[in-house]
Design a protein around this ligand. Structure first.
Ligand code: HEC
Length: 185
Protein backbone atom coordinates (compact mmCIF):
# COMPACT_ATOMS: atom_id res chain seq x y z
CA UNK A 1 0.00 0.00 0.00
CA UNK A 2 2.80 2.41 0.97
CA UNK A 3 4.59 1.64 -2.26
CA UNK A 4 1.47 2.40 -4.29
CA UNK A 5 1.03 5.69 -2.43
CA UNK A 6 4.66 6.57 -3.08
CA UNK A 7 4.25 5.80 -6.80
CA UNK A 8 1.13 8.02 -6.83
CA UNK A 9 2.97 10.92 -5.20
CA UNK A 10 5.89 10.54 -7.62
CA UNK A 11 3.50 10.51 -10.59
CA UNK A 12 1.82 13.70 -9.36
CA UNK A 13 5.23 15.36 -8.87
CA UNK A 14 6.33 14.29 -12.35
CA UNK A 15 3.14 15.76 -13.87
CA UNK A 16 3.62 19.01 -11.93
CA UNK A 17 7.24 19.24 -13.12
CA UNK A 18 6.19 18.59 -16.72
CA UNK A 19 3.42 21.23 -16.44
CA UNK A 20 5.88 23.75 -15.00
CA UNK A 21 8.28 23.01 -17.87
CA UNK A 22 5.60 23.27 -20.58
CA UNK A 23 3.77 26.33 -19.30
CA UNK A 24 6.50 28.06 -17.30
CA UNK A 25 8.43 29.27 -20.36
CA UNK A 26 11.64 27.64 -19.14
CA UNK A 27 12.70 26.27 -22.51
CA UNK A 28 14.27 28.96 -24.66
CA UNK A 29 12.79 28.85 -28.19
CA UNK A 30 15.05 31.69 -29.42
CA UNK A 31 16.55 30.78 -32.80
CA UNK A 32 19.64 32.73 -31.75
CA UNK A 33 20.43 29.97 -29.20
CA UNK A 34 21.30 26.40 -30.19
CA UNK A 35 18.90 23.66 -28.96
CA UNK A 36 19.79 22.02 -25.70
CA UNK A 37 21.63 18.73 -26.31
CA UNK A 38 18.81 16.40 -25.26
CA UNK A 39 16.14 18.25 -27.24
CA UNK A 40 18.41 18.40 -30.31
CA UNK A 41 19.15 14.68 -30.01
CA UNK A 42 15.44 13.81 -29.62
CA UNK A 43 14.33 15.99 -32.54
CA UNK A 44 17.01 14.54 -34.79
CA UNK A 45 16.05 10.95 -33.99
CA UNK A 46 12.32 11.61 -34.29
CA UNK A 47 12.96 13.24 -37.69
CA UNK A 48 15.21 10.50 -39.06
CA UNK A 49 12.86 7.73 -37.92
CA UNK A 50 9.84 9.55 -39.30
CA UNK A 51 11.42 10.15 -42.72
CA UNK A 52 12.68 6.55 -42.98
CA UNK A 53 9.22 5.27 -41.95
CA UNK A 54 7.22 7.48 -44.34
CA UNK A 55 9.49 7.71 -47.37
CA UNK A 56 8.20 4.52 -49.03
CA UNK A 57 9.16 3.95 -52.62
CA UNK A 58 10.87 6.60 -54.71
CA UNK A 59 9.19 7.40 -58.01
CA UNK A 60 10.75 5.03 -60.56
CA UNK A 61 13.46 5.62 -63.11
CA UNK A 62 17.02 6.80 -62.92
CA UNK A 63 18.15 9.96 -61.23
CA UNK A 64 21.47 10.50 -62.98
CA UNK A 65 20.19 11.53 -66.41
CA UNK A 66 22.07 14.82 -67.11
CA UNK A 67 19.00 16.51 -68.65
CA UNK A 68 16.93 15.70 -65.55
CA UNK A 69 19.70 16.91 -63.22
CA UNK A 70 19.90 20.17 -65.20
CA UNK A 71 16.14 20.67 -65.03
CA UNK A 72 16.48 20.07 -61.27
CA UNK A 73 19.11 22.82 -61.04
CA UNK A 74 16.63 25.28 -62.59
CA UNK A 75 13.89 24.16 -60.19
CA UNK A 76 16.31 24.47 -57.26
CA UNK A 77 16.82 28.15 -58.10
CA UNK A 78 13.21 28.85 -59.06
CA UNK A 79 11.73 27.29 -55.90
CA UNK A 80 14.14 29.23 -53.66
CA UNK A 81 15.97 26.13 -52.32
CA UNK A 82 19.25 27.89 -53.13
CA UNK A 83 18.34 30.83 -50.85
CA UNK A 84 18.27 28.56 -47.79
CA UNK A 85 20.67 25.76 -48.74
CA UNK A 86 23.11 27.45 -51.10
CA UNK A 87 24.27 25.43 -54.12
CA UNK A 88 27.40 24.59 -56.13
CA UNK A 89 29.60 27.70 -55.81
CA UNK A 90 26.80 29.73 -54.17
CA UNK A 91 26.36 30.63 -50.50
CA UNK A 92 22.91 30.64 -48.87
CA UNK A 93 21.24 34.03 -48.26
CA UNK A 94 22.27 35.73 -45.00
CA UNK A 95 18.93 35.04 -43.27
CA UNK A 96 19.57 31.29 -43.47
CA UNK A 97 22.43 31.65 -40.97
CA UNK A 98 19.85 32.85 -38.42
CA UNK A 99 17.63 29.75 -38.72
CA UNK A 100 17.61 26.90 -36.15
CA UNK A 101 18.23 24.33 -37.40
CA UNK A 102 20.41 26.04 -39.97
CA UNK A 103 19.51 24.69 -43.45
CA UNK A 104 22.21 22.10 -44.19
CA UNK A 105 24.59 22.17 -47.12
CA UNK A 106 22.96 19.51 -49.31
CA UNK A 107 26.21 18.12 -50.65
CA UNK A 108 26.57 16.59 -47.16
CA UNK A 109 23.23 14.73 -47.52
CA UNK A 110 24.68 11.76 -49.39
CA UNK A 111 23.15 9.08 -47.18
CA UNK A 112 19.54 10.10 -47.89
CA UNK A 113 17.99 7.75 -50.46
CA UNK A 114 16.15 9.23 -53.47
CA UNK A 115 12.88 8.15 -51.78
CA UNK A 116 13.79 10.10 -48.64
CA UNK A 117 14.80 13.23 -50.56
CA UNK A 118 11.55 12.98 -52.55
CA UNK A 119 9.48 12.67 -49.38
CA UNK A 120 11.25 15.64 -47.73
CA UNK A 121 10.74 17.85 -50.80
CA UNK A 122 7.05 16.95 -51.13
CA UNK A 123 6.13 17.07 -47.42
CA UNK A 124 8.70 19.36 -45.79
CA UNK A 125 9.83 18.93 -42.17
CA UNK A 126 7.66 20.41 -39.40
CA UNK A 127 9.11 23.01 -37.05
CA UNK A 128 12.38 23.34 -38.95
CA UNK A 129 11.59 25.88 -41.67
CA UNK A 130 11.92 23.23 -44.41
CA UNK A 131 8.78 23.92 -46.50
CA UNK A 132 6.53 21.35 -48.23
CA UNK A 133 6.79 21.79 -52.00
CA UNK A 134 4.25 19.09 -52.92
CA UNK A 135 1.34 21.51 -53.22
CA UNK A 136 2.73 23.62 -56.02
CA UNK A 137 5.18 21.40 -57.95
CA UNK A 138 4.26 18.56 -60.30
CA UNK A 139 5.67 15.03 -60.34
CA UNK A 140 8.22 15.89 -63.08
CA UNK A 141 9.56 18.88 -61.15
CA UNK A 142 9.82 16.82 -57.97
CA UNK A 143 11.77 14.08 -59.77
CA UNK A 144 14.11 16.70 -61.21
CA UNK A 145 14.71 18.20 -57.75
CA UNK A 146 15.57 14.74 -56.36
CA UNK A 147 17.97 14.17 -59.29
CA UNK A 148 19.67 17.50 -58.66
CA UNK A 149 20.01 16.96 -54.87
CA UNK A 150 21.45 13.47 -55.43
CA UNK A 151 23.99 14.83 -57.94
CA UNK A 152 24.65 18.24 -56.38
CA UNK A 153 28.26 17.34 -55.49
CA UNK A 154 29.31 16.81 -59.08
CA UNK A 155 27.29 19.69 -60.62
CA UNK A 156 29.72 22.26 -62.09
CA UNK A 157 29.65 25.50 -60.02
CA UNK A 158 30.15 27.65 -63.14
CA UNK A 159 27.06 26.14 -64.78
CA UNK A 160 25.00 26.56 -61.60
CA UNK A 161 26.05 30.20 -61.22
CA UNK A 162 25.14 30.86 -64.86
CA UNK A 163 21.65 29.36 -64.34
CA UNK A 164 21.10 31.50 -61.23
CA UNK A 165 22.28 34.63 -63.00
CA UNK A 166 20.07 34.01 -66.04
CA UNK A 167 17.03 33.42 -63.88
CA UNK A 168 17.71 36.54 -61.77
CA UNK A 169 17.95 38.56 -64.97
CA UNK A 170 14.72 37.23 -66.40
CA UNK A 171 12.95 37.95 -63.07
CA UNK A 172 14.44 41.45 -63.10
CA UNK A 173 13.12 41.81 -66.65
CA UNK A 174 9.58 40.87 -65.58
CA UNK A 175 9.71 43.22 -62.58
CA UNK A 176 11.03 46.01 -64.79
CA UNK A 177 8.22 45.40 -67.28
CA UNK A 178 5.60 45.48 -64.51
CA UNK A 179 7.06 48.74 -63.16
CA UNK A 180 7.00 50.18 -66.69
CA UNK A 181 3.35 49.20 -67.09
CA UNK A 182 2.39 50.87 -63.80
CA UNK A 183 4.37 53.96 -64.80
CA UNK A 184 2.36 54.25 -68.03
CA UNK A 185 -0.96 54.62 -66.19
C1 HEC B 1 13.12 28.51 -45.90
C2 HEC B 1 14.31 27.71 -45.99
C3 HEC B 1 14.31 26.46 -46.82
C4 HEC B 1 13.95 26.32 -48.14
C5 HEC B 1 13.40 27.39 -49.08
C6 HEC B 1 14.24 24.95 -48.49
N1 HEC B 1 14.74 24.27 -47.41
FE1 HEC B 1 15.34 22.33 -47.37
N2 HEC B 1 15.70 22.45 -45.39
C7 HEC B 1 15.61 23.60 -44.64
C8 HEC B 1 15.97 23.29 -43.27
C9 HEC B 1 15.99 24.27 -42.11
C10 HEC B 1 16.30 21.93 -43.24
C11 HEC B 1 16.79 21.12 -42.04
C12 HEC B 1 15.64 20.35 -41.43
C13 HEC B 1 16.09 19.47 -40.28
O1 HEC B 1 17.14 19.71 -39.69
O2 HEC B 1 15.37 18.52 -40.00
C14 HEC B 1 16.12 21.43 -44.59
C15 HEC B 1 16.36 20.11 -44.97
C16 HEC B 1 16.35 19.66 -46.27
C17 HEC B 1 16.75 18.33 -46.68
C18 HEC B 1 17.26 17.23 -45.75
C19 HEC B 1 18.75 17.39 -45.63
C20 HEC B 1 19.41 16.44 -44.66
O3 HEC B 1 20.62 16.22 -44.81
O4 HEC B 1 18.75 15.97 -43.72
C21 HEC B 1 16.63 18.28 -48.05
C22 HEC B 1 16.96 17.10 -48.95
C23 HEC B 1 16.13 19.57 -48.47
N3 HEC B 1 15.97 20.39 -47.37
C24 HEC B 1 15.88 19.91 -49.80
C25 HEC B 1 15.31 21.12 -50.19
C26 HEC B 1 14.90 21.41 -51.55
C27 HEC B 1 15.09 20.49 -52.75
C28 HEC B 1 14.33 22.66 -51.53
C29 HEC B 1 13.65 23.39 -52.66
C30 HEC B 1 12.63 22.66 -53.39
C31 HEC B 1 14.45 23.16 -50.15
N4 HEC B 1 15.04 22.19 -49.38
C32 HEC B 1 14.04 24.41 -49.75
C33 HEC B 1 15.23 24.86 -45.09
C34 HEC B 1 14.79 25.15 -46.37
Amino acid sequence: MRILAAIGVLAILACAAAAAFFYGGFYNVAASEPHNGFIAWSLEHIRDASIAQHAGEAPGGKFDDPALVKKGAHEFVEEGCVDCHGGPGIEPEKFAKGMRPEPPDLDQSGDLSPAEVHWIVVHGIKMTGMPAFGGHTDAGEQRALVAFVKNIKSFPPAEFKAIKQRMAQSEGGEAGQAAGETGAH
